[in-house]
Design a protein around this ligand. Structure first.
Ligand SMILES: [Zn+2]
Length: 189
């Protein structure tokens, strides 16, 4: 039986901290075949029982110790560029195609319906730039050098983006420093 310890977090909920169902992982594992029945478990030990019936899934779970609820989520398909079909959830709330459904207050819906934001979107402009910078930097070798396996063209593109972000960080820093100095009564361009 599916159950949730808690699907809620303080403040505005972010995607990375949400309990999500990913249809791509289910498809890859062959779990969407009609008649399939499986338990989907999250890191916080919450779990949910899922029954596949061809063009829809039935989700069964109890939220925060409440009554067992059970409702269907429809699946849709679009043709793949390389042949075959790609499967999507139809969001139970807006019916839009989505690869992921998120749990909030006991209900599953797409990111837009739940008004979830990614970690980067929750940050202020400076923190967002620094976050983007460190993410790019993580792809490079030490001292921002080219990792052995990386193509030169990819490396150059990454480097251009790093420089671009660096310029934006400088600009943001100057704006803030300027505002601070003006508040202190110091004349600054
Ligand atoms: Zn939706």
């Amino acid at each position: 039986m599916g159950g949730f310890n808690s699907g809620r977090y303080g403040g505005k909920q972010q995607c990375e901290h949400s309990l999500a169902l990913d249809v791509r992982i289910m498809a890859r594992k062959g779990l969407l075949k009609a008649g399939s029945r499986f338990t989907w478990t999250w890191l916080n030990k919450s779990d949910i029982l899922i029954l596949a019936s061809g063009d829809y899934l039935t989700l069964q779970y109890a939220f925060n110790g409440g009554a067992l609820c059970s409702y269907p989520v429809h699946l849709t398909q679009t043709p793949c560029y390389y042949g075959g079909q790609r499967v999507w959830f139809a969001c139970p709330h807006c019916q839009q195609r989505t690869a992921k459904l998120f749990m909030k207050r006991g209900r599953f819906a797409c990111r837009t319906c739940h008004r979830l934001r990614y970690h980067s979107q929750a940050l202020d402009p400076m923190a967002r730039l620094q976050w983007a910078y460190s993410r790019l930097q993580n792809r490079l070798a030490e001292d921002d050098c080219k990792p052995k396996a990386m193509h030169w063209r990819t490396f150059e593109r990454l480097h251009d983006r790093l420089e671009d972000i660096n310029i934006k960080i400088d600009r943001e820093f100057n704006l803030r420093a300027g505002a601070f100095l003006r508040r202190c009564g110091i004349d600054w361009e």
